[in-house]
Write a protein that binds this ligand. Structure first.
Ligand SMILES: Nc1ncnc2c1ncn2[C@@H]1O[C@H](COP(=O)(O)OP(=O)(O)O)[C@@H](O)[C@H]1O
Ligand SMILES: [Mg+2]
Length: 305
């Protein structure tokens, strides 16, 4: 028997009939070999996507460990959402591949979808329904068996601190409450990987930290892997175990916020690190992360900031 929450096992079983086709396309060099698929939640290898002639995601290698909170950071247009859409199977990579808990997103997209919860950038809750009705809708969409459904909905609402207002119409909710409701919707399927695209965009600082407190608590309890994007460097610094800095479709640096800051100096902020890797004065060699260049560029970042 599985030790996973009721319902999750069932939805995953129904994916087991999928073909065992392993990723398509030509063999590629394995800069990030999938040597320990059991320990990686997500492995992107040579991931590339183009909109017409424009390369939105350019040969990205990225590995997200199970149980960590991983931040994908970068300015507008960096390619964060496009990367996430490939991980969630909504876009097919032009080149490269993604595995989620060892399953190829192109070979077995349905199996991957059943393992992830996804909160997209745009608001998705229905304002004319109550909070509980919104989460119930998702529970039905995810095929959570009727027997345990009510409980699962109540758990998801409770995890996001929405038990009390659950019976109210969503149009009476604050922005932060709506965002937490969307998280509850994504959580109702008990995903192993929760993907949040700009989870706190448009929220005031108090609502932002409130949303993060709920995500942190949840992760500690459920051991979930979280992948998020944000523009708020302080949030990434506070809540992410590791981050990737993305610019013009490529990953410029990946490490813990502590290590990235330490490269620039003892009192560097992640904001400075971010500007260093994505600022207009970058040349490509610096972008690849030489330590000497980093120190030099920190002075540039100070001047710019
Ligand atoms: N549907 C689309 N059609 C054409 N270009 C797109 C589309 N979506 C995104 N792009 C372009 O791809 C690049 C990456 O976009 P995106 O992944 O949304 O970046 P981010 O999420 O980091 O802001 C941008 O230059 C953007 O203009
Ligand atoms: Mg985006």
């Amino acid at each position: 028997m599985t030790t996973e929450p009721a319902g999750t096992g069932l939805t995953r079983q129904s994916a087991a009939g999928g073909s065992a086709v392993e990723g398509s396309g030509p063999a590629r060099q394995s800069a990030a070999p999938a040597s320990a698929p059991g320990r990686s939640a997500v492995v992107c290898t040579g991931l590339t996507y183009r909109f017409g002639d424009q390369v939105a995601v350019d040969n990205v290698d990225m590995r997200i460990h199970q149980g960590e909170t991983f931040g994908l950071l970068g300015p507008n247009g960096a390619g964060k959402t496009t990367t996430i859409r490939m991980i969630t199977t909504l876009l097919k990579p032009a080149e490269g591949r993604v595995t989620v808990f060892g399953t190829d997103t192109v070979g077995q997209p349905m199996r991957v979808r059943r393992m992830i919860g996804y909160v997209p950038q745009l608001l998705s809750a229905d304002a004319s329904l109550t909070g509980r009705e919104n989460v119930e809708l998702f529970a039905r969409l995810f095929d959570i068996p009727r027997a345990g459904r009510k409980e699962r909905v109540a758990e998801a609402l409770s995890a996001m601190g929405l038990t009390e207002p659950a019976a109210r119409l969503v149009k009476t909710y604050s922005g932060g409450m709506v965002r937490r409701l969307e998280l509850a919707q994504a959580l109702v399927s008990a995903p192993r990987l929760l993907i949040l695209d700009e989870p706190t965009v448009g929220l005031d600082p108090i609502a932002r930290s409130d949303v993060w407190e709920h995500i942190s608590r949840l992760r500690e309890r459920a051991g979930m892997t979280v992948l998020m994007t944000t523009h708020h460097m302080e949030e990434a610094d506070l809540y992410c175990d590791r981050v990737s800095l993305m610019h013009h479709g490529t990953v410029r640096a990946t490490d813990t916020p502590e290590n990235l800051k330490a490269l620039l100096g003892p009192d560097a902020s992640l904001d400075e690190v971010f500007r260093h890797y994505t600022g207009g004065t970058l040349d490509e060699d610096t972008a690849k992360g030489g330590i000497r260049d980093v120190r030099r560029a920190r002075r540039t970042a100070r001047r710019l900031g």
